[in-house]
Write a protein that binds this ligand. Structure first.
Ligand code: TYD
Ligand code: MG
Length: 451
């Protein structure tokens, strides 16, 4: 009879050693080692299904067109580059609570209309998933819930059922006794994902791997999986309202598209016309300190409201309070105005906010930012139907921004009538509001807007 093998592992950090040690070399903890008897090793199942590859002439290979299947959710299709591709693997990352499981369940439901979907969860019980599904109004005979986290079991079930779409929620729960005793290690995760990806490639199914990513992205897990999959999607907040689905890698499409969603009581809904989502009440006159900037979020234009407040500095040094727009940009814009307009900002505390809590880093917001700060400082309002476009240089000149036509179109749709741009442009041809106001530098811009 073969002697059963065992390993020793640290109960505090998971470090494994073949022998018992008094002190863990991994975390330095004393007396933390425990023994674990290993089950007799199972052969890795992937070898059983795989046929050996055959070398072939490049000229003999016939390319078939990539067929794409819609997820049934246009915003998701757009980010995927047109839809799901057979035999491909997608990694969906995001912070806990952002809505990954919700999005996946919604995609799974749509997909289950014409194929079997296996939703594997290592995190939640069938009951918990059913509760979420009820909330989303989801039910289907072809949507199979499977609460399992052991790779060997999962592969066996995949071979048995041959689903067309597989979801693994989440990869951090994957485990395999062949890769050490502690679940959640990078080895377990890599091995498990590799086996699942292999399986869908062979069978022409589609795989979604869900991964938790913390704020600082410090978890090593998802990063090591990125190169194994075809598409990497990240689900993230943008402002308090909006959730943005973005591709950071896509073998089958561009990475410029974004999908926009809102979480409601019945799950995620698509935001198809998000242009005005960040505009607050625009009836009548606006108080001083408010301007609107048309900025790009992926390939979409959003109109965002910039709010500014200036008060005489309380301390010897003036300060800038701005979470949504980089502070250094605010002080640069204020310095340019101080120099070229002869109005003092350096004795002021400047507060900047963006409605809806969206962060903006785009150059196209510099002129609108300048106008908001000027308006706050002087108490003169900016007309509520005016939109300004431009980047500011240190010399006080205003420079054009890319994609003016697209920005103007969005502004027009939201009812803006006047535009301020740094120079004549072909891109204003479709603009139907009043003739564009042209200002080459900040001095002219201020004169045009405020007098
Ligand atoms: P979830 O999909 O579980 O997030 P993740 O899998 O990324 O951790 O959903 C996260 C949050 O969404 C949770 O706090 C509850 C909320 N939620 C709604 O507001 N409405 C809904 O219909 C559902 C299903 C969830
Ligand atoms: Mg989840």
């Amino acid at each position: 009879k073969a002697k059963s093998k065992s390993v020793f592992y640290c109960s505090s950090c998971g470090h494994e050693e073949p022998k018992w040690l008094g002190r863990c070399p991994g975390c330095g903890e004393w007396n933390s080692f425990k023994e674990k008897v290993l089950p007799t090793a199972a052969p890795t199942p992937s070898g059983l299904f795989e046929e050996a590859a055959v070398p072939q002439k490049i000229s003999s290979i016939i390319l078939e067109d990539v067929t794409r299947q819609s997820t049934g959710i246009p915003e998701a299709d757009q980010v995927l580059g047109g839809g799901l591709v057979e035999g491909s693997a997608v990694l969906l990352g995001g912070e806990p609570g952002i809505g990954k499981s919700t999005l996946m369940l919604q995609i799974a439901m749509m997909a289950s209309q014409d194929r079997e979907v296996l939703y594997i969860s290592g995190e939640e019980s069938p009951r918990q998933i059913k509760l979420r599904a009820n909330r989303l109004g989801i039910n289907s005979d072809k949507l199979i819930l499977y609460c399992e986290s052991r790779v060997e079991e999962i592969l066996r079930t995949l071979e048995e059922r041959k689903p067309g779409l597989v979801v693994m929620d989440s990869i951090q729960t994957i485990q395999s006794p062949s890769q050490g005793m502690v679940p959640g290690t990078v080895n377990q995760l890599k091995y498990g994902c590799f086996e699942l990806i292999n399986w869908v490639r062979k069978r022409g199914a589609v795989l979604f791997l869900i991964a938790h990513v913390t704020k600082d992205g410090a978890i090593a897990g998802p990063k090591v999986i990125e190169h194994m999959v075809d598409t990497v999607l990240y689900f993230d907040h943008s402002g308090s309202e909006l959730r943005v689905l973005r591709a950071t890698k896509n073998r089958f499409g561009s990475v410029d598209e974004v999908g926009l969603f809102q979480m409601g009581s019945e799950g995620l809904s698509q935001v198809s016309h998000p242009e005005g989502l960040f505009l607050e009440n625009r009836e009548g006159e606006l108080p001083p300190g408010i301007s609107v900037a048309p900025v790009f979020e992926g390939s979409r234009v959003l109109l965002v409201e910039i709010q500014s407040l200036t008060v005489p500095a309380k301390g010897a040094v003036s300060r800038i309070f701005s979470d949504r727009v980089e502070g250094s940009r605010v002080s640069r814009v204020a310095a340019i105005m101080e120099k070229h307009l002869g109005i003092k900002f350096s004795d002021q505390d400047i507060y900047i906010n963006v409605a809806g809590g969206m962060k903006i880093a785009e150059i196209g917001m510099e002129l609108p930012l300048a106008l908001a700060i000027y308006s706050a400082r002087t108490g003169i309002r900016i007309p509520s139907d005016l939109i300004a476009l431009g980047e500011m240089s240190l010399t006080g000149e205003i420079r054009p921004v890319p994609q003016i036509r697209r920005r103007l179109k969005a502004a027009e749709e939201m009812g803006f009538k006047r535009i301020l741009i740094p120079g004549k442009s072909d891109e204003t041809q479709e603009w139907t509001g009043s003739p564009p106001i042209i200002a080459k530098d900040i001095k002219e811009a201020i004169k045009q807007v405020f007098s």
